[in-house]
Design a protein around this ligand. Structure first.
Ligand code: ADP
Ligand code: MG
Length: 578
C-alpha cells in the first residue's frame, strides 16, 4: 500500500525517489522559504497535504473553523513580517477563510490563504461538482493578489509569487488556489527540485527621496504644536529603537493607535494618550507614522481635529497619501528607512517643542489620569468594567511581555485605555474594521508564534464568534487565559423586551448567569468564576503562572456597558429622522 508520506515511486533500493508530486512540492516550496507553520482545517482535498506538512517537520495547527485559522495566520504575519499560512478545504471552508483574508488585507497583515478546489473543468462549465465554486474569482476583491497554480512545475514559482505579494510594499492577504488534481500530479524529482524558488529579499527596503525627507523636516521644525501619531504600520515595521529615538530626540508628544500601544511603553512621559482629544484638536503639525486617516481618526477632519493643521505622512503606499485630506509632506518608503533618514537629518540640532505646548499637555494628562484613577478605585458590587480592569491591569503590569488580545464593544474601549502596554507588537485587537470574531484565532496565532502567554480580554458577545477554539487551545496546551466580561448580553444584558407578550428574550440578551468557565473544563482546561476584583486578580495571576489553558468568567453588572460602546454615532436609531 502506498501512502502520501512516501515520496512517489520511491523504492527501498533507492536513496532518492525519481519522481515527486504536487503535495511534496507545495511543502518543499514553503519550507524553502523558512515557513514552518500552517494554520488550517483538514478535509477534501487537503487532508494529506496537512499530514505531509507534519511528516516533513512543519507544525500544522488544526482549528474548528477556518475563520479562526485565518485570523491566527494573519496575526502570525503581523508579528513576524513573514506571511502566515492558512490552509482550507474548498467552497465553504474557503469562504470561511476568506473573511480572515479580507480582514488581513484591510489591516495590512501578510498572509496566504491556500485552499484546495474542485475539478477545474467541471467548475468552469458549472456542471455541478462536490463543493463547486470559482474560488479564484471569488477571492479577488478581498485579497491583495490571487493566483491559481495548474501545473506541478509551477508550484515553486507560484508560492514565491504569493509570498512576495503578501509581504512586499503594503502587506496584505494573498489567495492561492490549488485544484485537487494539481496535488497528485507527478514530476521528475530533479526537475521538481529545480523548480523551487527561494524568494530573495522578500521585504526590500524602500528608501525615501532626500527632498521628501527635507520637506518633512522643515515642516516639523516650523511647528509650534507638533504631534506624532504612531499606527500599527509603525509597530509592524520593527524599527522600534529608531522610532523611540525619533520621539525622544525631538521631544514631540505622541499618540499610539491601539495596536501601536507598547511601541514605546504606555507609561512614557511623552505619551499624550490621556489627553487624546486635546492634542488632536490643538496640534498644528501632525506626523503620521504607519497610520491611516480612516474612520478611526475621523478621516483627518471635523471637530475632532479642531483648527487648521498640516500633515506629514510616512507610509509605504503612495496612494494612501491625500486619501482623506491634503498631506503637506508625504514621505514614501519603509518606516525603518524613513525614520532613520529623519534621524540623520535632525542630527543634534532639533529644538524641542515649546514648553507652552508640552506643559499644557502635561497639565491635562495629570488631571485626566487622576480622574481615571478615582473611577478605577471604586468598588461597586457587582463589578463593572473599571473595577475588573483595575485588577487585570495590576496583574499585567508585572508581565510586560505578555500578549494581549482584546475585542468587544465596551470590553475593547475600556481595556484599550486602562490596560497599559510595555512592549511592541503585544496588543492584538479589533483593528481597522473594528470587528469582533478575532479573539481565539489571534490568541492561538500569538501563542504559537511567540511561545509566550496570551491573555484574551473578551466581551461575552465577542467571545461567541470563536469560542469553540477553546478546544484547540486545550488540544495544543497553549498558555492562553481568556477573560470573559460576562454581562449577559450584547452591549449589556439589562435591555427590556419590547414585546413582553412575545415568546422571545430581548434582541441583545444571552442566557443569564452563563458559566463560560465550564466550557473550558469540558476540554481539560482550568475554569474560574470571578465575581470580585480580588477573585479576578487572583485567578489571572494563578492562570498565568500555570501557563496552561484557562478561562475566567468575570461576572460584571449586567447593566454595565453602553450600546455600541464608543461607536454610538455609527449606530442608526429608528425614529431619529422624525
Ligand atoms: P492604525 O490602524 O494603527 O492607524 P493602519 O492600519 O491604519 O494603522 O495603517 C498602517 C499603515 O502602515 C498602512 O497605510 C500601511 O501602508 C503602512 N505600512 C505598513 N507597513 C509599513 C512599512 N513597513 N513601512 C511603511 N509603511 C507601512
Ligand atoms: Mg456583553
Amino acid at each position: 500500500m502506498s501512502s502520501i508520506l512516501e515520496r512517489p515511486a520511491a523504492t527501498a533500493a533507492e536513496d532518492t525517489p525519481k519522481t515527486t508530486d504536487g503535495f511534496h512540492l507545495v511543502i518543499d516550496a514553503l519550507k524553502a522559504n523558512d515557513i514552518d507553520t500552517i494554520f488550517g482545517l483538514v478535509g477534501i482535498p487537503i487532508t494529506d497535504l496537512a499530514r505531509l506538512a507534519q511528516a516533513e517537520g512543519m507544525r500544522f495547527i488544526g482549528f474548528r473553523h477556518e475563520q479562526n485559522a485565518g485570523n491566527a495566520a494573519a496575526i502570525a504575519g503581523y508579528m513576524t513580517q513573514k506571511p502566515g499560512i492558512c490552509l482550507t478545504v474548498s467552497a465553504p471552508g474557503f469562504l470561511n477563510g476568506l473573511t480572515a483574508l479580507a480582514n488581513a488585507t484591510t489591516n495590512c497583515f501578510p498572509m496566504i490563504l491556500i485552499s484546495g478546489s474542485s475539478e477545474r473543468e467541471i467548475v468552469d462549465l458549472q456542471q455541478g461538482d462536490y463543493e463547486e465554486m470559482d474560488q479564484l474569482n471569488a477571492a479577488k476583491p478581498f485579497a491583495k493578489a490571487a493566483y491559481r497554480i495548474n501545473k506541478a512545475a509551477d508550484i515553486g514559482i507560484g508560492i514565491a509569487r504569493a509570498i512576495r505579494a503578501a509581504v512586499s510594499g503594503r502587506p496584505g492577504g494573498v489567495y492561492l488556489d490549488l485544484p485537487a488534481q494539481l496535488l497528485s500530479q507527478t514530476l521528475d524529482a530533479e526537475q521538481g527540485r529545480k523548480s523551487l524558488v527561494r524568494v530573495v529579499d522578500p521585504v526590500p527596503r524602500q528608501i525615501p527621496a532626500p527632498d521628501a525627507v527635507k520637506r518633512a523636516l522643515e515642516l516639523l521644525k516650523g511647528a509650534k504644536r507638533p504631534l506624532i501619531l504612531l499606527g500599527k504600520g509603525a509597530a509592524y515595521a520593527q524599527a522600534d529603537a529608531d522610532i523611540r529615538a525619533l520621539v525622544e530626540k525631538t521631544g514631540i508628544p505622541y499618540l499610539p493607535m491601539s495596536m501601536a500601544k507598547g511601541l514605546l511603553p504606555d507609561t512614557h512621559a511623552q505619551s499624550a494618550s490621556a489627553c487624546r482629544s486635546f492634542v488632536l484638536a490643538e496640534a498644528d503639525v501632525v506626523m503620521l507614522i504607519g497610520a491611516r486617516l480612516n474612520w478611526l481618526l475621523s478621516h483627518g477632519k471635523g471637530k475632532t481635529w479642531g483648527g487648521p493643521k498640516q500633515f506629514i505622512q510616512i507610509d509605504i503606499s503612495p496612494t494612501e497619501i491625500d486619501s482623506n485630506v491634503a498631506i503637506a509632506a508625504p514621505l514614501i518608503g519603509d518606516i525603518g528607512s524613513c525614520v532613520s533618514a529623519l534621524l540623520a537629518g535632525i542630527g543634534s540640532g532639533f529644538a524641542k517643542p515649546d514648553a507652552a505646548w508640552t506643559g499644557a499637555i502635561a497639565e491635562r494628562r495629570e488631571k485626566n489620569m487622576a480622574k481615571m484613577a478615582a473611577t478605577l478605585e471604586k468598588n461597586p458590587s457587582p463589578m463593572n468594567y473599571h473595577s475588573a480592569l483595575r485588577a487585570i491591569r495590576d496583574v499585567l503590569k508585572t508581565h510586560p511581555d505578555i500578549n494581549v488580545v482584546n475585542e468587544g464593544a465596551n470590553a475593547l474601549d475600556f481595556t484599550r485605555s486602562i490596560v497599559d502596554m510595555y512592549q511592541p507588537r503585544k496588543r492584538f485587537d479589533a483593528g481597522t474594521w473594528g470587528i469582533m470574531g478575532i479573539g481565539m484565532g489571534y490568541s492561538i496565532g500569538a501563542a504559537v508564534t511567540s511561545g509566550l502567554p496570551v491573555v484574551a480580554i473578551e466581551g461575552d458577545s465577542a467571545f461567541g464568534f470563536s469560542g469553540m477554539e477553546l478546544e484547540t487551545i486545550c488540544r495544543y496546551h497553549l498558555p492562553v487565559t481568556t477573560i470573559i466580561f460576562n454581562n449577559n448580553g450584547v452591549y449589556k444584558g439589562s435591555d427590556p423586551n419590547l414585546n413582553p407578550k412575545g415568546p422571545d428574550v430581548p434582541v441583545t440578551a444571552f442566557v443569564k448567569g452563563a458559566r463560560y468557565d465550564k466550557m473550558i473544563e469540558a476540554f481539560g482546561g482550568v475554569g474560574y468564576n470571578a465575581a470580585t476584583p480580588a477573585e479576578l486578580g487572583k485567578a489571572l495571576s494563578e492562570a498565568i503562572a500555570a501557563g496552561k489553558p484557562a478561562l475566567i468568567n468575570a461576572v460584571i453588572d449586567e447593566a454595565a456597558g453602553t450600546e455600541s460602546g464608543r461607536l454610538i454615532n455609527l449606530n442608526p436609531k429608528k425614529g431619529a429622522t422624525k
